[in-house]
Design a protein around this ligand. Structure first.
Ligand SMILES: O=C(O)CCC(=O)C(=O)O
Ligand SMILES: [Fe+2]
Length: 366
């Protein structure tokens, strides 16, 4: 989309879309300076976060033994992951092997990027979900009916050498620090996918080649402090389209929906831990044995929150389908096959803020 951008001297930058309608760009600095939430950011009452959401009782999996092939403890970790995926589609991990300095480096480079002047960030601004590097101030600027209280920097990361030169060169250490984290978290994601396919009875190398060559998308979210966190949201309820998502956050803010009773629960912050989401393509692979976790980002009045989301999937045109080993008379094939490109087509045509979900388009009627 080509937009003509005009920088007003007011708090809110306006941008003209091809249909010539002017809309607001509320970048993180703009949002931070507001003492109330603009009408365009008020989410409809049914979507708002619950005033007193209970803590979600999600498992914490200790990965220390994951890398010791053949040990009894490794089987316990595999079983813990299987149970967590089946019950919640979500878990936290400790002893994941990524040093604190790499985690801190990624978070500080993200904070520094969002502190840059709006004009610098706007160089990457686009609503084209197919762009390998893109900046936005909600989901899709000028298109979303409700604007979400977040800024986003999204970039592809695998193979790193193909993409890193297109990442922001400002702040100067961004590429190095985010690159280090992307490399580490990708390896961790491959190990976890091995553990997940092993837990499904498919063996640890079932998808390893395809995942190794697959997509890695880093979604770096910045949620500024929000003066009215009860009527606005950082991100609306959705599930992630990837196989696996690993999230590093600076402070708490994620809420997940319990698939059994539909209740929302706030995920506790654990120092040094990472969060793992089962995505839509894992639900497909498992033929519905695992369900992708529905989640949303809530806001707080006091501090900026950063989350760095690593989405890992098969390659752009590689089809994900239910594993044939998991399809039988009692468990008929429940999902159509689809690729990452199909996900992008879906995202370009649909508004997840309106509750549209990719996985629902794949479900086969029994
Ligand atoms: O901020 C978070 O914890 C969640 C972000 C998220 O759901 C996403 O980027 O898909
Ligand atoms: Fe998400």
């Amino acid at each position: 989309m080509s937009c003509s951008i005009s920088f007003s001297k007011t708090l809110i930058t306006s941008i003209e879309s091809p249909s010539s309608t002017t809309f607001c760009i509320l970048s993180s600095a703009h949002k931070q300076s507001l003492s109330y939430v603009l009408d365009c950011c008020v989410v409809p009452a049914p979507q708002r976060k619950s005033l007193h959401s209970e803590a979600a009782k999600v498992p914490v999996v200790d990965l220390a033994e994951l890398r010791s092939q053949g040990s009894a403890q490794r089987s316990v970790v595999i079983e813990d992951i299987r149970n967590a995926c089946q019950r919640f589609g979500f878990f936290q991990i400790v002893n994941h092997g990524i040093c604190q300095s790499v985690l801190d480096g990624a978070l500080s480079s993200a904070f520094d990027f969002f502190k840059l002047p709006t004009g610098e960030k706007m160089k990457f601004m686009s609503n084209d979900v197919r762009k390998p590097v893109r900046y936005a101030t909600t989901l899709k600027d000028g298109i979303d009916k409700v604007q979400f209280w977040r800024d986003l920097l999204k970039h592809y990361a695998n193979p790193l050498e193909d993409w890193i030169d297109a990442w922001p060169a400002n702040p100067p250490s961004y590429r190095e620090k985010m690159g280090n984290y992307s490399t580490e978290v990708r390896k961790l994601g491959l190990d976890l996918m091995g553990a997940i396919t092993e837990g499904l009875g498919l063996g640890s190398t079932y998808l390893s080649d395809k995942m190794d060559k697959g997509m890695q998308v880093m979604a770096v979210n910045c949620y500024p402090p929000c003066p009215e966190p009860d009527i606005s949201l950082g991100l609306p309820p959705h599930s992630n389209y990837s196989c696996l998502t690993i999230v590093l956050q600076s402070s708490r803010g994620l809420e997940i929906m319990d698939k059994d009773d539909g209740e929302w629960g706030a995920v506790e912050q654990l120092q040094g831990a990472l969060q793992v989401h089962a995505g839509d393509h894992l639900e497909v692979l498992s033929n519905g044995f695992y369900k992708s976790v529905v989640h949303r980002a809530s806001l707080n009045p006091d501090r900026t929150r950063i989350s760095i989301v690593s989405l890992q999937s098969l390659g752009m045109d590689e089809l994900m389908k239910p594993a044939k080993e998991l399809v039988d008379e009692r468990h008929p094939k429940g999902y159509k096959e689809s690729s990452f490109r199909d996900v992008l087509d879906f995202l370009s045509k649909n508004d997840i803020g309106e509750g549209k979900s990719f996985i629902n388009t794949l479900k086969m009627k029994g």
